[in-house]
Write a protein that binds this ligand. Structure first.
Ligand SMILES: O=C(O)CCC(=O)C(=O)O
Length: 285
């Protein structure tokens, strides 16, 4: 099956050995430094994820965001018409840490195009260690980007309680019968439709398991003006009450030119409409 078919039908696929060792080493160094700056309060608030460090606070990640090897591989495997970047996080699970809850990443469920094959947003996941079920690899529910699932109805989805793991028995932390593990090697890239339900296994190992999640919009030129504005707001980290994003730090617009210039071709245009409402919950008919 082609990678495009896998992405369209299953909602997730792996591109093997895309990133050069020099780049992954650089990402590991930046990430280790970023993790040193984390407060214990941050860790407590994000026990399930491990950490939620906004990439824009570390302009050196521009080499990864705009990596020619990543761009080439996306071009070779998919028919993306106009790729743009919005944001991303460093998500690092400490040794012996709990699973990441089941969730999906899409925020544009208000619009009817979210219930079609059109892909508004992809996640690119770059793991900085080899991953397996033992140390907290990704898992997902195949096809869940295109159909109703009981997890969509959960009151708790994306809540602070889940992030703190107040109730480890919440079904969103449990294994699902038809879940598919996604073990990876350093250098691989996981590509997913942002709508697909995914989670991460607990990290049972004695080492941390770090991941850089990047969100891109593969057909930006075909999104509505309202959605394009929302993408721009995410890129520019506009603070809005309804958006559970980490507003207030650096944005790529604040970066020195040497970093900013690298990712300029991926920057969303400025807004031409009010941003689409922030809607994380699907409403299937
Ligand atoms: O920690 C992981 O492996 C997955 C992270 C994730 O689900 C996300 O970034 O949306």
């Amino acid at each position: 099956m082609s990678k495009l078919k896998e992405l369209t039908e299953n909602g997730c696929c792996v591109l093997e050995q895309v990133l050069p060792e020099k780049l992954t080493k650089k990402c590991i160094d930046i990430s280790n430094k970023a993790l040193e700056n984390l407060s214990s309060d941050h860790r407590e608030r994000n026990k399930s994820q491990g950490s939620m460090i906004h990439l824009a606070d570390y302009p050196e990640y521009s080499d990864l965001i705009a990596s020619p090897e990543l761009m080439k591989s996306l071009e070779n495997n998919f028919n993306f018409s106009d790729l743009r970047f919005s944001s991303g996080y460093l998500i690092s699970k400490p040794p012996k840490s709990p699973p990441l809850f089941w969730h999906q990443d899409w925020w544009g469920w208000e619009h009817k195009s979210s219930y079609t094959d059109f892909i508004h947003q992809i996640f690119i996941m770059v793991y900085l260690t080899d991953t397996s079920r033992e140390n907290g690899c990704l898992k997902y529910l195949s096809g869940s980007h295109r159909k109703r699932h009981k997890f969509h109805e959960s009151k708790n989805a994306h809540s602070e309680e889940l992030a703190r793991v107040d109730n480890p028995n919440d079904p969103l932390f449990l294994n699902e019968q038809d879940e598919i593990d996604v073990p990876t090697k350093v250098g691989d890239v996981v590509v997913g439709d942002a709508r697909v339900l995914h989670a991460a296994n607990k990290n049972n190992s004695d080492n941390k398991r770090s991941l850089i999640t990047l969100w891109y919009h593969p057909h930006y030129n075909q999104m509505t003006d309202e959605m394009r504005s929302r993408v721009y707001h995410l890129y520019a980290r506009k603070s809005e009450d309804e958006v559970e994003t980490d507003a207030g730090g650096l944005t790529p617009y604040d970066w020195e030119d040497i970093y900013k210039d690298k990712i300029n071709f991926l920057a969303p245009d400025k807004e031409t409409a009010s941003p689409t409402p922030w809607q994380r919950k699907p409403n299937w008919n």
